[in-house]
Design a protein around this ligand. Structure first.
Ligand SMILES: [Zn+2]
Length: 125
């Protein structure tokens, strides 16, 4: 038979039980998080094992399409350098998308293009 004193100890136990459950849930969260991280790491390592993949292309998308894009080279119209499309700096102009090896090249292109446009305007106007 449970006496009043036993009930107090039971209440204390249930309190420590709740804190234990909270701690358990916390560790469960940490564990599931680290498992997800580990799985991502393994996936990254497996993809890194194939010679086609580039580590910079991984963050763009997890699909094979991104790997194909990483292998595609585009030409910088300013300096003529060939760069991987995922690493290039894109610039949408009209219907075309131009790719540059660096922001400096893009700015150079924009500057020369702006000069051309202002000259055009000056010539017609
Ligand atoms: Zn360039």
């Amino acid at each position: 038979m449970a006496s009043a004193r036993d009930w107090v100890t039971v209440n204390k136990d249930s309190m420590s039980f709740i804190s234990r459950v909270i701690r358990y849930l916390f560790w469960l969260l940490v564990l599931s998080w680290s498992v997800a991280l580990l799985r991502r790491l393994v996936a990254w390592m497996l993809r890194g094992a194939t010679p086609a993949a580039s580590p910079q292309g991984v963050h763009v998308a997890g699909s094979s399409e991104a790997v194909g894009m990483a292998r595609r080279l585009v030409r910088d119209p300013v300096c003529g350098a060939h760069v991987a499309e995922v690493l290039a700096i894109p610039l949408r102009e009209g219907g075309d998308v131009l790719h540059f090896c660096s922001i400096a090249c893009r700015d150079e292109y924009l500057r020369t293009n702006a000069d051309k446009n202002t000259k055009k305007i000056a010539a017609t106007g």
